[in-house]
Structure formats: C-alpha cells, structure tokens
Write a protein that binds this ligand. Structure first.
Ligand SMILES: Cc1cc2nc3c(=O)[nH]c(=O)nc-3n(C[C@H](O)[C@H](O)[C@H](O)COP(=O)(O)OP(=O)(O)OC[C@H]3O[C@@H](n4cnc5c(N)ncnc54)[C@H](O)[C@@H]3O)c2cc1C
Length: 396
C-alpha cells in the first residue's frame, strides 16, 4: 500500500462523514490537497503519478466521499495551473477548486466555430491593459460568469494560428453585453456576448503573447476529457461542477437509469431491450477505459487526441441512450411537459445528446483529429494556414 493511500485512509477515517456539510467537506479536501492529486503541492496537489492518483481516488470512491479528480476535469483551474504566472494562480486556483468563481468560455464567434483559428475579436494594447472588441456566441453560462477564458487576435500580420492570445477576461464590466439564446431543449444556457471597448490586464494573459493557440489546446483537451466522462466517478458531482460539460448537468450513466425505466414499463425481460441495455453498458465501460487512457496521456499541460475519441464516443452513447429511452416509452414518448415527466425526460435526452455532438468541437472535428493525430491520415488541406491573417477572407 502506498503512503498516499495510507494517508487518504487516515484522512477519511478522521474527517469523512456522509452527513458533513458539503462546503465544509469541499474546503477540507481542497486545503488538505486531496482535490487535484496530480498537480504540484504548491497548487493544492500531491505530485502523484496517474497510477498513484487513481489508487487514492478509488479509496475516496469506496468510502462514498466526493472530492478528488479536479486535476482531470476542472478545465478552468487546470488551464491556469499549466499556463499562467503565479500571481494569477494565487488569486484564482483555490477559489476555482471551491467553485467560488463563475466562469465561461469565450471562444466561438459567428464566423469561427470549428475553425477557431479564424476568430476576429480584436485585442489592442493600451499600457498595462488590452482593449477588446468583438462578438462571441454560444457562450454557456455567460450571464452569471465572473470571468471568461477569452481568445482574441493580437497580431493580424501573423498566420491565423499564431496571432492569437488567451486572456482571463473579467465579465462584470461596462462593454460586456450578454444576450441569452434559446436551445432546442427549451433551455437558455448559452448566450451571445458583445464586447465593446472592454478591458483586460496584460497580467491576465495566459501563455505567450500570440501563443494563445497552444493554451487553447490544453483548455480544449480538459473540456473534451470532461465531456468524454472519463473520470465522472472519481470526484463525484462536486469535482466536475467547474467543467463545461458538468455545467449542463452531471454526466449521466444512461444504462443504469434505463434499466430502472425498463423495469418500470415492464420491458426488462424483452430480449431486444436487454441486448440494447447491454450494448449501452459495454459502450460506457469501454469509454471509461478510454477516458482513463486519455487522462493518463494528457497529464498536465499537454493535449491528447485520445480525449477526442472519448468525447465522440460519449456523444454516440447519449444518442443511443436517448433513442432507447424513446423506444422504452413507445407511444407515451409522444406526450411532453411537466405532467408527463418520463416523456419530458426522454425528449430532453434525445435533444440534449446534440449538445455533446456540437459543444467542445463537433463530432466531425473529433473524427478529423482522430484521423490525423491517431490514425496518421493526411491532413486536411488548409489554403489559409500560412498567409497573414489580415489577408484571409472573412467567412461571414
Ligand atoms: C450546447 C452548446 C454549448 C456551447 N458552449 C460554448 C461555449 O461555452 N463557448 C464557446 O466558445 N462555444 C460554445 N459552443 C459552440 C461550439 O463549440 C460550436 O458550435 C462548435 O465548435 C461548432 O461551431 P459552429 O457552430 O460555428 O459550426 P461550424 O463550424 O460552422 O460547422 C458547421 C458544420 O460543418 C462541419 N464542419 C466544419 N468544419 C469541418 C471540417 N473541417 N471537417 C468536417 N466537418 C466540418 C461541422 O462539424 C458542423 O456539422 C457551444 C455549442 C453548443 C451546442
């Protein structure tokens, strides 16, 4: 038994109780450095290897104690820990681990989604600050956000990937206007964000000037690992709350909830249903293994194409589960609304599966990444890759 496992057992024996106040427990876990085991001790971690960390996470899970796993799924704190100067980390990492800062992702624009290197939001230096102008769209959680992770163009004479910088951008200021957008599910969680002469300090820049693309790759890998559901069991709901995927609800275990539904509608003995449930269970299990592989490969500070495999698989799994939920309900699935919660949930699941197919990079983009970076297929032709961005034709 490793020292870390022994210490974890002692910690749990001394402090853990299912009736402990959730906030008190969360603070204990963070301050005693159990929340982000693979990170440096300076940043609330224990410098554990992935194997050691996984053992400790299993000890917490066996006790039913939430908390660890934030080093894998907390994309905000993870991006800070790997990409910025100490003062910014000192200001934010603990608060992010305690879920005390509301965040959003300011990446997509009306003319740049899949091709994020085509962003046109402009950043101009003004003394110690940058002045930002542009429009973002599909920004989940922007209405309540304190800060956003913003990509903006800082040099229009460089090729598209090289003139971008990455900022920790304060949302609560004049010049930031947020307008909600209604989704197919009826939710309005994402928004348009109009930015007019808003300001951000240069000390809130992550990574090198014009090197934001590489910070973005780290942040995207965190998002895809979280959306792939690789470590959903590791830290419980608390650990995943900071990530975008989890901002849309806990990553589901559809095979388990569908087993219950199959019993409730009297179809648990139907061989076709049983086979479908088993198929779903296998998909989830294989995806969890893949997720563990992706998380181990990603470590801190690098992106892994394996995260794309997990995210794509999670999207397929949720479409399959939504379809099966509809099949189980049969005609009842045609009903909807609060009087028919089972049908409402089934319809929601089927529509919400598209969130996983689009948010964080579409299924097609994940397939491109898998093709190019895992299978070694030739890269897609990109005619505008090497020319100064100011000469690239706008797509909208
Ligand atoms: C629920 C939800 C939440 C979101 N939250 C956020 C957020 O918080 N912050 C944020 O910045 N963005 C967010 N997004 C935006 C999301 O990242 C983009 O919608 C996504 O990257 C696709 O970009 P697009 O909508 O501009 O589509 P486009 O890039 O215009 O793509 C249109 C279609 O063309 C396909 N396509 C494009 N390029 C290629 C290619 N090279 N090869 C093959 N097919 C291609 C796409 O797969 C897609 O089917 C969210 C989206 C959703 C649905």
């Amino acid at each position: 038994m490793s020292d870390a496992v022994r210490e974890a057992q002692e910690f749990l024996a001394t402090h853990w109780s299912p009736s402990i106040d959730a906030n008190e427990w969360r603070e204990l876990v963070v301050d005693q450095r159990w929340a982000a085991l693979r990170w440096p001790s300076r940043w609330y971690g224990r410098d554990l290897t992935d194997e050691q960390a996984t053992e400790v996470e299993a000890v917490f899970a066996a006790a039913g104690a939430p908390g660890p796993g934030q080093d894998v799924v907390n994309l905000w704190a993870g991006t800070l820990v790997t990409s910025c100067q100490d003062p910014l980390k000192e200001q934010f990492v603990r608060a992010l681990l305690l879920d005390q800062v509301a965040m959003c992702l300011l990446y997509s624009e009306p003319g740049a989604g899949s091709d994020l290197a085509g962003i046109r939001t402009n950043a101009v230096r003004d003394g110690d600050e940058w002045i930002i102008n542009g429009q973002k769209v599909w920004t989940s959680g922007a209405r309540n956000a304190d800060y956003g992770m913003l990509i903006a163009r800082t040099d229009w004479d460089q090729p598209k990937h090289r003139g971008i910088s990455f900022f920790w951008f304060p949302m609560r200021q004049a010049g930031v206007e947020v307008r909600p957008l209604r989704q197919a599910t009826g939710d309005a969680r994402f928004n348009e964000v109009f930015i007019t002469d808003a300001r951000v300090l240069d000390t809130h820049r992550l990574g090198e000037l014009n090197g934001g693309w590489w910070v973005l790759q780290t942040a995207l890998a965190y998002e895809r690992i979280a959306m792939g559901g690789s470590r959903r069991g590791a830290g419980g709901a608390g650990a995943t709350r900071g990530a975008t995927a989890a901002a849309h609800g806990e990553i589901p275990t559809p095979d388990i909830s569908l087993q219950r539904l199959a019993r409730a509608v009297g179809k648990a003995d139907d061989p076709t249903i049983r086979q479908s449930l088993m198929h779903l269970y296998c998909m989830r299990l294989v995806n969890e293994w893949n997720g563990a592989r992706a998380a181990a490969a990603a470590k801190t500070g690098t992106s892994s194409p394996l995260a794309s495999l997990g995210k794509l698989a999670m999207a397929e799994l949720l479409h399959y589960a939504g379809h099966l939920q509809g099949m189980l309900l049969g005609m009842e699935g045609l009903l909807d609304g609060n009087q028919n919660p089972r049908a409402r949930d089934a319809n929601y699941s089927q529509l919400n599966a598209y969130f996983y197919s689009i948010g964080g990079g579409t299924d097609q983009i994940q397939r491109n990444i898998i093709g190019e970076r895992i299978l070694g297929l030739p890269k897609e032709p990109e005619v505008d890759r090497a020319i100064p961005f100011r000469e690239v034709k706008a797509s909208s």
